[in-house]
Design a protein. Structure first.
Length: 42
């Protein structure tokens, strides 16, 4: 069974910033940060 990862508020802001401010697609940001798309979309 996989353990669930937790993300700091700072990490969440950085991840959202990639998509909203830096022109990354959701897919590109997920690859760059090594997280799943569902995690980023939330």
């Amino acid at each position: 069974m996989r353990t669930r990862r937790t993300f700091t508020p700072e990490f969440k802001l950085e991840a959202a910033s990639l998509v909203l401010n830096q022109g990354y697609s959701i897919t590109q940001a997920c690859r760059a940060l090594d997280i799943g798309q569902t995690a980023l979309k939330r």
